[in-house]
Design a protein around this ligand. Sequence first.
Ligand code: DQA
Length: 149
Amino acid sequence: MTTVFVLNGPNLNRLGVREPHIYGTETLSDIEALVRQTAKELSLSVDFRQSNSEGTLIDWVHEAADKAAGLMLNPGALTHYSYALADALSSIDIPKVEVHLSNIHKRESFRQRSVTAAAVDGAILGLGSTGYSAALQALKTLINKRAKS
Ligand code: DQA
């Protein structure tokens, strides 16, 4: 079955208790369950991971190039300053979608810039966990398009 990597960056393991007025009360496990349900409907296999370490995330992006047909990434705060993660994303040639639970454009000015967004096909913002499902659907479409070309 076609595999998609779903990578979650720093502090996303704290979802549920972390600033619920911004990120809601769903935990990362709740989001994983939703992603797995959507993946089942789309006949995709999902490798769902979270790390607080930039280097680990970069290693996983590299791994995705060999093992996955597509990549979904919520880089957390690394979004705003990690040129190393952006370079890792640029170095792999599979469909990639960035996702954010919150609408980063409605928040503090430092969050309004994504240095990683230019290295992915597209981004989904501000839709909470629904954004993860939408990103998976988008990836399925992008993967299918590649298979046909
Ligand atoms: C986030 C937005 C980032 O600014 C923040 O640092 C996060 C979560 C989001 O999903 O809305 O950790 O990526």
